[in-house]
Design a protein around this ligand. Structure first.
Ligand code: 8IG
Length: 283
């Protein structure tokens, strides 16, 4: 576990190198700024909404506070159409919740620390449960477009970890089995699958999709994995959910386009909204 805020914790020994501590300090700064802006000392849960998930956020109602990410310490500005780049704070059923609209992807070239800064900020702000959502390509032939799938496990194809130093984090249960069971008790039809993190920004070739399928992945996308690792390493419980917005390359006659992905997301807003409602019930 990465323990905050004591930077002289035993895990790292007495001196945590600047390279390791700087991103954690930046996340703490951003978390403190969120607490000041919202007047809430702690937010217990966070949601990161990927493409196709943002519209459904209307089920949360009006946020108490809306914060531009660019105003907070350490946040890069997002460059992808359909990624908003703000954080909203809500109090729902006495629970303080942060919703991140937009995230930084590895393919933006801002580095791995930038990719996980939002997640580290969320956990520093008090999030014990971190919900990470995304839109992705479906490899498993049982999935259909518009279907949300719980991430059971992942395969990192990027070779890049957000964890630095001799910090050997166990990844046996990154995607909390406890919380997956709760979600499936609310909706037994929810499928589970293995998510492969592809670096992007190009989609895969059909041959690469055949390879990734053979490796054991059901889903493929360009996000979530570094954030899940960072949250897990800080001791939060993680829920990952993918919305299948296209059959992966070579599995349908159509070519892949970002516009199609955004459209598929909009079309499944109701199903996704139900799922977000169920997510509010987990504890
Ligand atoms: I949406 O087919 C979406 N994101 N790597 N492959 C990868 N990322 C994706 C895909 C896909 N669809």
């Amino acid at each position: 576990m990465i323990t905050l805020p004591n930077l002289e914790n035993e895990r790292y020994g007495r001196q945590m190198s600047d390279q390791i501590s700087q991103p954690l300090v930046a996340a703490q700064s951003a978390a403190k700024e969120i607490a000041e802006i919202t007047g809430k000392a702690s937010h217990e849960m966070s949601f990161t909404l990927g493409s196709g998930w943002s519209d459904a956020a209307s089920i949360f109602g009006e946020p108490a506070h809306k914060i531009e990410m660019s105003k907070l310490s350490g946040f890069a500005t997002s460059t992808v159409a359909g990624h908003g780049g703000h954080i909203s704070s809500y109090t729902i059923n006495n629970k303080n919740i942060l919703i991140f609209f937009g995230r930084t992807h590895l393919y933006e070239g801002k580095g791995i620390d930038a990719v996980v800064h939002g997640t580290r900020t969320a956990v520093s702000a008090g999030a014990k449960i971190v919900v990470l959502t995304n839109a992705c390509g479906g490899i498993n032939p049982n999935y259909s477009v518009g279907q949300p799938v719980l991430i059971r496990d992942h395969i990192s194809l990027t070779g890049i970890s957000p964890i630095k130093g001799a910090n050997f984090v166990d990844l046996t249960d990154v995607y909390s089995a406890r919380l997956r069971a709760q979600l499936k008790s609310y909706d037994p039809t929810l499928a589970e699958g293995v998510y492969a993190h592809w670096p992007g920004p190009t989609y895969e070739t059909p041959a690469e999709i055949r390879m990734i399928g053979i490796l054991g992945a059901d889903l493929v996308g360009m996000s979530t994995v570094p954030e899940a690792i960072a949250a897990h390493a800080m001791g939060a419980e993680v829920i990952g959910i993918s919305l299948v917005t296209n059959p992966a390359a070579g599995l349908s006659k159509n070519k892949l386009s970002h516009e199609e992905v955004v459209a598929a997301g909009k079309a499944s807003a109701e199903k996704v909204g139900k799922l977000l409602e169920n997510l509010l019930k987990v504890s």
